[in-house]
Design a protein around this ligand. Structure first.
Ligand code: 7PM
Length: 343
């Protein structure tokens, strides 16, 4: 862990700054960073101007600034939206093992028509304390939905930790793999994802969905998430998935307290140092209610929009959300105001 540089771009702005750099090739610039020193135990953080960085930080700075190639064909020079489609039994309807593929397909099509760049289809609840559903049941749930959406030209990502589900979804026309365990849960996942040729989203989680919210602890949540994702990127590259086909995600709510989630969102730009696109998924998550008046998931849109805008301001390229048109509206207004301030 000796020579790694932790550089968090500070105050990204549309304005070009003297001596500044672009953030991940976007219309966002920065001239100062928070320079981190981290030995795995005691974090130190200090703001510095780019001109004052040590010479051997040049490669790290280049990784932060370089334009990202399109991910699954989606341009990564501005924020894109991923709509969430859950193909899981609706506990509010009958509580049984029934789900409605037609409703899932309709909802995915509506998101796509509204301007989502991806529709993320998931058939296993990874909510804290959730039980596994069985891989065959998961395939039976998601395959018809992936196939129907892909046949309509929708760019589908498959949200799964299971290699057999990845393979079935790829065959059904999925365009990307989204794994909350960063291809670390299923021993076949790295090989199956590599063989599929599909781009992959690697999410950070501490622990497992069954246990992760018991007592999450970090010496420095942002540095530890960075290190974990860096290690997963290396494993993927070793398995034959090139970095250009990878995207990383801090995993909001997965083994994190409210304070951990806030730290990760506030310091999100640190993760651009990993050299690939960033996905942020905070839509309707529990910490939003905890930061406000304890609202139910469906009443968390305002807070979800606040997080989406905070993510976009820090250069997140993909925002994973339940409310696609609402998020696109918020992003369009943010983008117009920023452009007016710095034409
Ligand atoms: C119940 C509780 C069901 C929580 C589903 C969830 C992410 C993800 C999920 C994320 C990426 C949700 C989660 N969250 N994939 N899958 N990033 N890449 O709130 O944050 O959607 S499932």
């Amino acid at each position: 862990m000796s020579e790694r540089f932790y550089l968090e771009p500070l105050d990204p702005t549309r304005r070009r700054l003297p001596g500044g750099r672009a953030l991940a090739g976007q219309a966002l610039h920065f001239a100062r960073v928070e320079l981190g020193r981290w030995d795995g135990a005691t974090p130190e953080r200090q703001p510095v101007g780019l001109e004052a960085l040590p010479e051997d930080a040049a490669a790290a700075l280049d990784a932060l600034s370089a334009p990202r190639p399109p991910f699954a064909g989606v341009p990564m020079d501005r924020p894109a939206v991923m709509g969430i489609v859950n193909v899981t039994p609706d506990s509010f309807s009958d509580g049984g093992d029934r789900f409605d593929p037609e409703a899932a397909i309709e909802s995915g099509l509506a998101m796509w028509r509204a301007g989502a760049a991806f529709v993320d289809v998931g058939g296993e609840s990874t909510r804290p304390g959730a039980e596994a559903v069985g891989i065959d049941a998961e395939i039976a749930r998601v395959r018809p939905v992936v196939a129907a959406l892909a046949a309509e030209g929708v760019r589908v990502s498959i949200d799964t930790r299971h290699a057999a589900v990845m393979a079935a979804a790829a065959e059904a026309g999925a365009a990307a793999i989204n794994d909350v365990t960063a291809l670390g849960h299923d021993p076949e996942a790295l090989a199956v994802a590599a063989a599929s040729g599909l781009p992959v989203i690697l999410m950070h989680m501490q622990g497992t969905p069954e246990t992760m919210q018991r007592d999450p602890r970090y010496a420095d949540v942002a540095f530890e998430v960075f290190d974990h994702l860096a290690a997963r990127l290396s494993s993927c590259e070793a398995a034959g998935i090139p970095r250009a086909r990878l995207c990383v995600d801090p995993g909001i709510g997965f083994g994190k307290t409210v304070e951990h989630n806030c730290q990760l969102i506030a310091r999100l730009a640190l993760l651009h140092g990993l050299g690939c696109p960033l996905l942020l998924g905070a839509s309707r998550k529990g910490f939003i209610g905890r930061l406000s008046a304890g609202e139910e998931p469906k009443a968390r849109l305002p807070g979800s929009l606040a997080v989406a805008l905070a993510g976009a301001a820090r250069g997140a390229q993909i925002l994973r959300v339940h409310d696609v048109p609402e998020t696109l509206q918020a992003l369009a207004v943010q983008q117009a105001l920023d452009a007016a301030a710095a034409p």
